[in-house]
Write a protein that binds this ligand. Sequence first.
Ligand code: PGA
Length: 243
Amino acid sequence: MPRKLAAGNWKMNGLRANLVELAKLEEKHGDADVDILICPPTTLISACEDTPFDIGGQDCYAADSGAHTGDVSAEMLADAGASYVITGHSERRTDHGETSADVAAKSRAAYDAGLIAVICIGETLEEREGGTTLAVIDAQLKGSVPDSADAENTVIAYEPVWAIGTGKVPTLTQIGEVHAHIRKRLTDRFSDGTEMRILYGGSVKGSNASDIFSVADVDGALVGGASLKADDFSPIITALENS
Ligand code: PGA
């Protein structure tokens, strides 16, 4: 069984004052028996050095260094204290035009820096309604996940774009169908594909977490809005521990 992972993506939220939420989370979950990852904005990564949780970046540049004003390399994230980085989040794909080839390059950069890549994939509402969800997932898996991926350096996050930040969640059957499909593709392609963690993301909260974690091949969650406050993230972690 892959080790379970509760991952929080703070997106472009959080000032130093908000680190108090990590201290509160530590009181309740400092010795949790699931992995806990917090991806704060880059500006806060080094300020998180005392937390017991894993820390991750939300994006990285594919090159190691150079004339790329405003960008941050995977090595810089690692140097600041990160052990993970999210790649290919739908907000990056949409807001910054990132392609799956870009995501694969960023993920390879993550591996080179010793980071675990949390590679995000997921269909839009139009794609779901058009019946192409699994084809979209296949193309994104093929294009975004490097051949050098393995269960140690890679986590896959299935995040239907229409479920992110909307309060809309797929049915458990829909989640199960996509996760089983991803598992099959991973096991076909990678010798340790059964061990690769597959997270669900998109409007996960305390009230729906237990149901989502009961679905086969859901090894945890990538949580946006509900990861910002310890009181909201805590029940999700507890649900994962009890799943
Ligand atoms: P949400 O975001 O939990 O706010 O829907 C999830 C994500 O974008 O990772």
